[in-house]
Design a binder for this molecule. Structure first.
Ligand SMILES: Nc1ncnc2c1ncn2[C@@H]1O[C@H](COP(=O)(O)OP(=O)(O)OP(=O)(O)O)[C@@H](O)[C@H]1O
Ligand SMILES: [Mg+2]
Length: 254
């Protein structure tokens, strides 16, 4: 299968702190990958670096997406190319009503341009699917929304934007059992309706229950130490990350 995302020898960090070391990762179109690892391993950083967050600098390596080298490109270009990142802690944007924000981001994509009436209908349809109250659409983006509400609003963006690759960073954390089921169904709908690829960063397996996982990656101290089948998730669930941390120790001693 042709690769959608192809990361080669990527090292990155903040100005004074190296975080990611020599990462190789490829994701094919329509595939579902899971990224796991202990707290502070660098999982969110990898998501942000793929998205082009200027808080991080790439010190070596390349990020190619859908046939383009995006390593030097800004987040706006990456978003237009079809990459979507749901943030572990979604940002608040005062002064911008949610509905206007959604309309603006969709209007920027030629393939999503539509009439105001059709767009309103689509937003209403997806909001209902996600059990998002209509009144939220006129509120300022993420301002005063609860943690769970913010996550649902990110799913609303995902289903409207229909990206080629969605990186979901702990989209399941802090959700009550009903919200988790709504969000899981949204992720499933994205896979089924958009045939998009997924990189799921998570500590929990419930959100993965409805998905067929193609590959699981384990990150320890900024290194991708192992990639393997979905059964790795069960192994981690049962035994934790000890074996992977040990493997990294041996690698660095070698
Ligand atoms: N902007 C930043 N400035 C300074 N340090 C940072 C920055 N971003 C990440 N780090 C550090 O890099 C390391 C990796 O952080 P990251 O958020 O990527 O971990 P994570 O694997 O997502 O962890 P968690 O499972 O807790 O979400 C941490 O030690 C973190 O403190
Ligand atoms: Mg994180």
């Amino acid at each position: 299968m042709s690769q959608l995302l192809s990361i080669t020898g990527l090292s990155a960090g903040t100005e004074d702190k190296p975080i990611l070391h020599d990462i190789d990762l490829t994701i094919g179109a329509g595939e579902t990958h899971v990224l796991m690892g202990p707290n502070g391993a660098g999982k969110s950083t990898l998501g942000h670096v793929i998205m082009g967050d200027p808080a991080y600098q790439v010190t070596s390596g390349t990020i190619a997406f859908d046939g383009q080298d995006l390593t030097e490109k800004g987040a706006d270009k990456r978003s237009l190319a079809g990459i979507f990142l749901s943030y572990q802690a979604p940002v608040e944007v005062p002064g911008v009503p949610l509905y206007s924000f959604l309309r603006t981001i969709c209007q920027m994509r030629p393939e999503l341009k539509t009439t105001a009436r059709k767009f309103r209908q689509r937003v209403a349809e997806v909001s209902e699917q996600l059990e998002i109250d209509d009144s939220f659409l006129t509120r300022e983006l993420n301002v005063g929304f609860s943690g769970g509400e913010k996550k649902k609003i990110e799913m609303l963006q995902l289903l409207l934007l229909r990206p080629k690759l969605a990186i979901l960073d702990e989209t399941d954390s802090g959700l009550d059992v009903d919200a988790l089921s709504v969000v899981s169904r949204a992720v499933e709908a994205y896979r089924a309706d958009c045939d998009g690829a997924l990189l799921m960063i998570t500590h929990n397996t419930r959100i993965l229950e409805r998905l067929t996982v193609d590959e699981t990656h384990v990150m320890v101290h900024g290194n991708l130490v192992e990639s393997g089948p979905a059964s790795l998730i069960d192994e981690i669930d049962e035994h934790g990350f000890g074996r992977f941390e040990g493997a990294l120790g041996e690698k660095s001693e070698a």
